[in-house]
Design a protein around this ligand. Structure first.
Ligand SMILES: Nc1ncnc2c1ncn2[C@@H]1O[C@H](COP(=O)(O)OP(=O)(O)OP(=O)(O)O)[C@@H](O)[C@H]1O
Length: 286
């Protein structure tokens, strides 16, 4: 399906998502234009992955509207445009056959399938997959089996897969989780290069750590509870012991978003925010 680049890559309007009588997120509004690089930031359990599932067309809102690459969820067959969305997530990591070759796990992104069967790919396709794997430091994994990989290796395979297709929207859900220091820095460097490419593809990177934001991701959506800090929210029992729903509290640039005041209120502890060069960090105050 042809993608209209004049439309937002993501347009979320007044979305609520409920599961088992619990409202998980509510009043969520977010617009991401083609070419923009966004960080989706917030504490554990706030609803980041829930929101990402909708962006990846894997979940539908209970209320409100979600338009992805100009297609409204629930109105247009998601399979007609899902191959234009690159996704890494823990959920996807478990979707591959155990003995899948990591090279195939990358190249099969072209057909948006997990598990290579009768589908064929050109030498050029495979060369592109190999070069991505080299860029992310995992070329040695070609020919191995997915189930044998460490979590950090699997994460990197999924990033390569997300970048394999000519995606118009790339969603990276905690892409540096499980990576050692060297692996994390290598991935952040490679993502910085990808973000710098002149491309209409929009990118969304989910994280709860300021240290894991690659250069070039210059918009942030910060999620928090509808009522006060996480600490306060623990006492805000809405029903059946559940915390208050998550929502997006801030959208804009990183400087305006990552203020000590906002992060302290979000996490309920005194924090020192560090912004050194292009990198960010945050620590509890002594
Ligand atoms: N299918 C579901 N049924 C019931 N509750 C769910 C479901 N999916 C998610 N939740 C709950 O919704 C809340 C938000 O979960 P979600 O995974 O979206 O948070 P997150 O911000 O991505 O968290 P983390 O940073 O820990 O990965 C959590 O409390 C979770 O237990």
């Amino acid at each position: 399906m042809a993608i209209d680049h004049s439309k937002p890559a993501v347009e979320i309007h007044d979305v609520e998502f409920r599961r088992r009588k619990r409202t998980i997120i509510t009043h969520v509004n977010l617009t991401i234009q083609p070419g923009e690089k966004w960080v989706l930031f917030g504490p554990n359990g706030i609803g980041k992955s829930t929101l990402v599932s909708m962006m990846a067309t894997r979940a539908f809102p209970s209320e409100g509207t979600v338009d992805i690459l100009g297609n409204r969820l629930g109105r247009v067959d998601v399979f007609s445009y899902r191959n234009r969305i690159g996704l890494t997530s823990a959920e996807l990591a478990s979707a591959f056959p155990l003995d899948e070759d990591p090279l195939d796990a990358v190249v099969t992104a072209l057909n948006a399938v997990t598990g290579r069967w009768r589908d064929t790919y050109t030498d050029e396709d495979c060369a592109k997959a190999r070069s991505l794997m080299q860029r992310f430091g995992i070329s040695y994994l070609a020919g191995k089996q997915m189930w044998r990989l460490s979590s950090g290796e699997r994460t990197r395979v999924l990033i390569c897969r997300a970048l394999m297709a000519q995606s118009d929207l790339i969603i990276l859900d905690e892409p540096t989780t499980g990576l050692d220091l060297g692996g994390r820095e290598l991935v952040l460097h490679a993502l910085t290069e990808v973000a710098a490419e002149d491309s209409p593809r929009a990118m969304v990177l989910v994280t709860h750590r300021l240290e894991e934001i690659p250069q070039g991701f210059d918009h942030v959506a910060i999620m928090g509870r509808m009522s006060g800090s996480e600490l306060e929210a623990a006492n805000v029992i809405v029903r059946d012991g559940d915390p208050a729903p998550g929502t997006i509290l801030y959208t804009g640039n990183l400087e305006g978003g990552f203020t000590e005041e906002r992060l302290e209120s979000l996490f309920g502890i005194p924090l020192q925010v560090v912004h050194a060069g292009t990198r960010w960090g945050a620590f509890a105050k002594e």
